[in-house]
Design a protein around this ligand. Sequence first.
Ligand code: PEP
Length: 254
Amino acid sequence: MTPDIKPLVAGNWKMNGQRDQLDQLALMSKGADAELSQKLDIVVCPPATLLYVATALAEDTGLKVGAQDCHANASGAHTGDVSAEMIADCLAEYCIVGHSERRTDHEESNADILAKTQACWRAGLKAIVCIGETEAEYDAGQAETVLSSQLAGSLPEGATDQNTIVAYEPVWAIGTGKTPSPEDIKAIHEFLRNELIERLHGPGERMKILYGGSVKPSNAAEILMIENVDGALVGGASLKAEDLLSICEVYRKV
Ligand code: PEP
């Protein structure tokens, strides 16, 4: 945690979830009660097909809704893509950009992610910008160099704590059950905080830095209490309301 930063837990459903999963979303809305949502922002990012119905279900509750990706353009001949404006039109408030699965599966570059982040701002969405090193880079001791260049390349001028959230997701920890040691997470988040301050000054001190990669109810308390860890981006464990809420509950007592 960082003093004076309201934490955020975001659930990334990835390409999972059909209408029968909406009961989980309803349970999440119920669990995001006034007391809990005062302690942290709780966001769920379902697939685009469920976005509009998700915002309707979450209306007037403590649960907020985000998308998992957007196109950089507002509209046009881009078959199958969804613009940030369309996401905002569904009344969602957040959008993940630069997830490692997008960087790998769709060969997205830092420049692509920078453009998508700008698109989020243009549409009034908060961008959750993901960065993270691969296992080979981690083993070679290159994590900081990689993260620094991803930050420099994918975070546009004008990033503030109001329009952007950074998510550190070591690629080798996503969906694998493996996590870095608490000491490693602390060191990387401190490094990222310093990079953000150097680059953005005041807003860099206040920008949320999430940790993502195999966060689950059993390890959430330890990870979320680490200095400069301002919440989590959660994949697998966000599909069940009970698991996502149990991660969020860590903040109720603090
Ligand atoms: C993710 O995809 O952003 C993620 C962190 O996945 P998981 O929690 O399943 O590792």
